[in-house]
Write a protein that binds this ligand. Sequence first.
Ligand code: TPP
Length: 525
Amino acid sequence: MKKLLLGDEAIALGAINAGLSGVYAYPGTPSTEITEYIQNHPLAKERGIHSRWCTNEKTAMEAALGMSYAGKRALVCMKHVGMNVCADAFINSAITGVKGGLIVLAADDPSMHSSQNEQDSRFYAKFALVPCLEPSNQQEAYDMMAYGFDLSEKLGEPIVLRVVTRLAHSRAAVEVTEPMAEKHLSPSTDQWVLLPGIARKKYVKLIEKQDAMKQASAESPFNKTEMSPVKLGILACGIAYNYVKESLGTDANLVKISQYPLPEDKIKALAEKCDELLVIEDGQPVVEELVKGILGAGYPVKGRLTGDLPRTGELTPDNVAKALGKANGAVFVPAKNMAARPPQLCQGCGHRDVYTALNQVLADYPDHRVFGDIGCYTLGALPPFQALSSCVDMGASITMAKGAADAGLFPAVAIIGDSTFTHSGMTGLLDAVNDKSNITVVISDNLTTGMTGGQDSAGTNKYEAICLGLGVELEHVRVVVPLPKNMPEITRVIKEEIEYKGVSVIIPRRECIQTFARHARAKKQ
Ligand SMILES: Cc1ncc(C[n+]2csc(CCOP(=O)(O)OP(=O)(O)O)c2C)c(N)n1
């Protein structure tokens, strides 16, 4: 049976039909739809497949590892920067090894459509010394789930599955297979205890598995060679394969790469028949650098590092065609005189009232800085508010405000969303409490994870208790309702807490107007 599926949906359905027992994830574009699809799928509901959102990517990775330890198949999903958050658990899972199949799905975002950087998750697979799968289309994304779980169980290692935004968020017809049964509970009898004496032995085992991983890549159905008489050889990685085929049709002389470690023999064989190689890969020049090592300094290898493809940003049919020496066909040029429309907070959003109040109070403190965080409220950096001085990574608002306060800056204000606070703000707040730092923290609570489409927020109804538990004093945990009519009260509370020489937390709380409207519609039906 064929189904029209987003790349993300193909991954989700591929996982369910491959006998998945649990998906563990924290939302992040372009990966969010995978978990949402599993949450809503009838078979996943019937089987009771775990699909509730996790507090962050690290808790997700660890829970999935626990499910794998128990012998069942688990999937972890995140956007690329989530790999930084779960890196400790992920890298170490390669040392412990896995029992039930474990796939770590990293959705990369070249061109930073909705991200703070464009790091390439293939580096993480290489860093952890585990295989990486990189589908070139939605069908492969689907097929790679059953294949990946099998490979993971065979090698006893986690497998990284790397997709990019264009694949995650575009649709194609996918041939769907019958669902397999879940694995039975069969906990590992091995000790996954990374004490140095045990870890050293396990690390040697991981190194010993590298040949089997290379062999798997050499035999992979997803890596293949296509030959033609031309002298330019192409290495087409993941989605790049489509752009190459669009430009060259059957005239390509290439190795399609969709499984790592690199299929070295295929690459060497291609290089022998050609005068030079062009590496076409979305993201960073991972393969380009590796291939230079494989072929030696004398062999000409072109790609992003040589300027044949742009050094930054995603691949497009146009920039690939150009690198292949083909005339640029239909090039998309935005219409002239189009007004720029930067993103804005929704009209009626509570974050607006928070910034209106903050700006009003902080006007009296010329040396103030507001350290921001990631979420809808980051838009407070743009006009009309222009309230933020920083936004670096999830949770950094509180800790940066603390560091600046330690340096003597006053007032040092942090603004963080409810989901971001539980994701990685809580630990920083504890540091601030322990150091009695002079900071004012605003947890702008809209009762949801708004930025990524309104997923449940892990700490809803628990924020005051968390702050008190972390040691913030009762009289300095203040709750307000961000509405224009409450402006005198909100500004008074902000002023009082800025003047308090210690840690204070203000929680403006009002439901996101998008989820509010959605809930109201659902009630009517
Ligand atoms: C490490 C990491 N994981 C996930 C994301 C995607 N992301 C950006 S902001 C955000 C949460 C926003 O929710 P919240 O803090 O409640 O603020 P809101 O958008 O609701 O205002 C998420 C999941 C990210 N940027 N970085």
